[in-house]
Write a protein of this length. Structure first.
Length: 188
């Protein structure tokens, strides 16, 4: 395996992926969408060690694409409309996988600071938010468990656990704000 995708400057990889996604937005070819996805998968197979992760991400993507195909075919009036919608999702997912599976977030922020001249306080804030994701997941699971212990029946789409997550997210954001100020990231 060659791991050349990890060696590419994250900022330039980001600009390339965004540019290709924008160019794909202005086309209406299902074959081009499929081609973009196949190229993205070939890049992941030859340029990274994350093919298993990519295949795991493909399962929900294919479910979404199937739903869009059925909806587009029934609502849009033709199977071509459904095929176009489904392949568009698949193509954008391919672009996202190439970037997200082969880019370290810390290296990406450093690259944004160096190459895109991103202010340090913005990069620090984004990294703080990125590092909060595991805590948010844990808080959501704890809130669901607490409600289940109380005998509250929850559906998959229940919003009751989100209130606890929102309250703690506000508290965490205040703590991060104070931490940023203590490290010299004052408002200018």
């Amino acid at each position: 395996m060659f791991n050349y995708l990890y060696k590419i400057n994250p900022f330039y990889k980001f600009v390339t992926v965004i540019t290709l996604a924008i160019l794909l937005t202005f086309t209406s070819s299902a074959m081009l969408n499929i081609g973009a996805f196949v190229i993205c998968m070939l890049l992941l197979i030859t340029g990274s060690d994350k093919i298993v992760s990519a295949l795991k991400l493909c399962v929900p993507m294919l479910l979404i694409a199937t739903g869009l195909f059925i909806s587009g075919a029934n609502i849009g009036g033709s199977q071509q409309d459904g095929l176009f919608l489904a392949t568009r999702v698949v193509a954008f997912m391919g672009f996202g996988m190439v970037f997200s599976l082969t880019t370290d977030p810390y290296a990406f922020m450093k690259s944004l600071q160096k190459d895109a001249k991103l202010p340090r306080k913005f990069a620090y804030g984004v990294l703080c938010a990125f590092n909060l994701v595991p805590y948010i997941k844990e808080e959501y699971n704890n809130a669901r468990l607490a409600l289940a212990v109380r005998g509250v029946k929850l559906s998959i789409f229940s919003v009751k656990p989100l209130f606890s997550v929102l309250v703690n997210s506000v508290r965490w954001s205040e703590m991060l704000s104070m931490a940023m100020q203590s490290k010299g990231f004052d408002a200018e």
